[in-house]
Design a protein. Structure first.
Length: 62
């Protein structure tokens, strides 16, 4: 069974910004909590840190 942890930075109250990360898998899994059966992003720990850094810096803004 995969256990999920919601980001402490996710907004509550139906704002729609809910990200969850798996806590017990070989690679880290990331999903949208509004679509728990939907796609999941599988990343190694270092890749997740890089992704978060790029998101925070705005490198991935469209």
């Amino acid at each position: 069974m995969i256990y999920w942890r919601k980001s402490s930075h996710s907004q509550g109250g139906g704002q729609g910004e809910c990200v969850e990360v798996s806590t017990n898998t070989a690679n880290l899994l990331v999903r949208d909590s509004r679509d728990p059966e939907g796609p999941r992003l599988a990343l190694e720990a270092g890749a997740l840190a890089t992704l978060v850094s790029k998101i925070k810096s705005g490198d991935l803004d469209l």
